[in-house]
Design a protein around this ligand. Structure first.
Ligand SMILES: [Zn+2]
Ligand SMILES: [Zn+2]
Length: 338
């Protein structure tokens, strides 16, 4: 009789093979994504944009949204997520990089500049069983990249073909937000042209450069993406507001059950309140960058180098959790596969 363990092992092998396949096909998906985004932008500006009301006001806004969408997609694909073996990065100079607030007080520590009024403590170290290196907390081993990633969120093989981690998570979330905004405007103002392209208005010719088929394809895709991505981005933003990555959201659920079984309460030490968590994630606010940096696709380094973390006042570690109870990558993998 085949035991459950062998069936489980078989599924894990299939999952690994699937990971390898999607990893190998990643560049194809990224190229397809870039082609679709560019085609969609071209169709919108050629066909739909002239009918958007208040052109003097709305045209610059449409251009800004499209610019953000394409640039954040580019950044999230090319900015490495931050590997544990990398040397800490410092913000670059030039037009592509945002400037910090003049009032921001800087305190250099391991190459990073951060606030004085937020309690930031070095992360505890653990050894990765796969690459045998010491890594700070919030890092995880990515099975596809086969490396440990700082503040690992997830590996995205389909859209960006790399991990989402400390250094590109801001671009990833802003890309999703601008994707929702742009597909919403496309869906809102483009439906009439979609029907025209399908031949529903026989008396109206199709006088555009964009052929009707790509127009209808990008229009339908916009409607579907708008609905799907709005759910995804809401889930991500809620996690950020709670001070959790995608991996931690699942881990903390288990910690809550474990700790409440002892009659105690689990406290996420990275949770500084919804507003502060969002400010730290986007690195805006008093000691970060100005809020207008959310409206332009600037490069911005995170508030930390991934080796130390802002903590809830009075917490050096998660409340209610005892030493050795933190889940390892292997346990997380097993739970995800179970
Ligand atoms: Zn590793
Ligand atoms: Zn990865």
């Amino acid at each position: 009789m085949i035991c459950a363990k062998q069936v489980f092992r078989c599924f894990r092998c299939l999952e690994r093979a699937g990971d390898k396949l999607t990893g190998a096909a990643g560049p194809v998906f990224v190229t397809l994504g870039a082609v679709l985004l560019s085609t969609g932008a071209f169709c919108f500006f050629e066909v739909v944009r002239p009918s958007v009301p208040l052109p003097l006001f709305s045209t610059p806004i449409c251009v800004l949204i499209a610019f953000n969408l394409l640039m954040h997609y580019y950044w999230v694909c090319v900015v490495p997520p931050g590997f544990v073996t990398d040397t800490p990065r410092t913000p670059g100079k030039g037009l592509l990089w945002a400037r910090k607030r003049r009032s921001a007080r800087n305190r250099a520590l391991t190459g990073v500049r951060w606030s004085d009024d937020v309690q930031i403590t070095p992360g505890t170290l653990s050894r990765c069983r796969k690459c045998s290196i010491l890594r700070p907390e919030r890092s995880h081993h990515c099975r596809i990249c086969n490396r440990c990633v700082l503040k690992y969120d997830h590996h995205c093989p389909v859209r960006i073909n790399q991990c989402v981690g400390l250094h590109n998570e801001r671009h990833f979330v802003l890309f999703l937000i601008y994707l929702v905004v742009s597909t919403f405007f496309y869906a809102l103002f483009g439906w009439r042209y979609g029907l025209n392209a399908l031949g529903w208005y026989d008396d109206e010719a199709w006088p555009y450069w964009s052929p009707p088929v790509p127009f209808v394809a990008t229009y339908v895709l916009s409607v579907v993406l708008c609905l799907a991505v709005v759910i995804m981005v809401s889930w991500h933003l809620w996690g950020i507001a709670c001070g959790e990555t995608s991996v931690e959201a699942a881990d903390h659920e288990q910690y809550r059950t474990l700790v409440s079984g002892r009659g105690e309460t689990f406290v996420n030490s990275y949770d500084l309140g919804k507003r502060k968590n969002l400010e730290l994630f986007f690195n805006i606010g008093k000691d970060g960058y100005p809020i207008y940096t959310l409206l332009f696709p600037f490069r911005i380094e995170p508030y930390t180098d991934g080796r130390a973390w802002a903590r809830r006042p009075g917490y050096e570690r998660h409340g209610g959790l005892r030493a050795g109870e933190e889940l390892t990558d292997e346990e997380e993998d097993a739970d995800a596969g179970a």
